[in-house]
Design a protein around this ligand. Structure first.
Ligand SMILES: [Zn+2]
Length: 137
């Protein structure tokens, strides 16, 4: 969910900050995330930073960016002309790709998932879901 929250610190504010956090699917979850995030910010202040507090305002903007839930499909590492990779598959929508190096940025989506709609995760809709057991390995 993409949302704005109203915060202030000891010297100024309040002001609004925008976040895009998956898993914050309703206002109660956003509130919990905000409180935990501000607490960890305040617990690790760097020189010159002053503690922040949550003023209370929450404004939901939209659904936010949905990321694929990549899961690794192979046990051993594989290799092609680009180098070593892991076969990855999204647990939500079934999108597949190869992960070169570490992290989601290193994932190259398979040719059949190159279209722009797969940049973000369309979720587990019936249209996306392929029957179990038909994945190419
Ligand atoms: Zn996905």
């Amino acid at each position: 969910m993409k949302f704005k929250i109203e915060v202030r610190d000891e010297r100024s504010g309040p002001w609004w900050e925008t976040f895009d956090i998956e898993g914050c699917t309703d206002e109660a979850r956003i509130r919990g995330w905000v409180l935990a995030t501000i607490k960890s910010f305040n617990d690790s202040l760097r020189p010159g930073e002053s503690p922040r507090s949550f003023v209370g305002g929450i404004e939901i903007i939209d659904e936010g960016t949905k990321h694929h839930k990549w899961t690794k499909q192979n046990l051993g590492t594989k290799a092609d002309h680009r180098g070593t990779f892991d076969l990855m598959k999204c647990a939500e929508c079934g999108c597949t790709g190869r992960r070169y190096g570490l992290g989601e940025l290193g994932i190259k989506r398979s040719a059949e998932f190159k279209a722009k709609k797969w940049v973000t995760c369309p979720g587990a809709t019936a249209a996306n879901r392929r029957p179990a057991g038909t994945e190419k390995r």
